[in-house]
Ligand binder design. Structure first.
Ligand code: ZN
Length: 85
């Protein structure tokens, strides 16, 4: 699998580090504690067949955090964008 960094161009995936699901949202720390929401955030993950949004860090390059939309079955990349444009 090769990923195209917006800054560095196409690179092998071993220059990147997977940083997890890009669709997760941490529960609001200012809100009252909700053990179920915290458990879900830490432990529960979907296993989608179609496109999945993931955070990838260009660890051995420009160190930019990217959002990669990828098909987990075929590894086909649908889009790559900056996590914080
Ligand atoms: Zn890069």
């Amino acid at each position: 699998m090769r990923l195209t960094c917006p800054h560095c161009g196409e690179r092998p995936h071993d220059e990147f580090a997977y940083r997890g699901d890009a669709t997760l949202r941490r529960p609001d720390p200012a809100a009252p504690a909700d053990p179920e929401a915290e458990h879900s955030f830490v432990y529960l993950r979907d296993n989608p067949v179609a496109g999945h949004r993931e955070h990838w860090l260009h660890a051995f390059g420009c160190r930019t955090l990217l959002v990669v939309t990828r098909d987990p079955a075929t590894h086909a990349i649908r889009s790559i964008e900056l996590a914080a444009p």
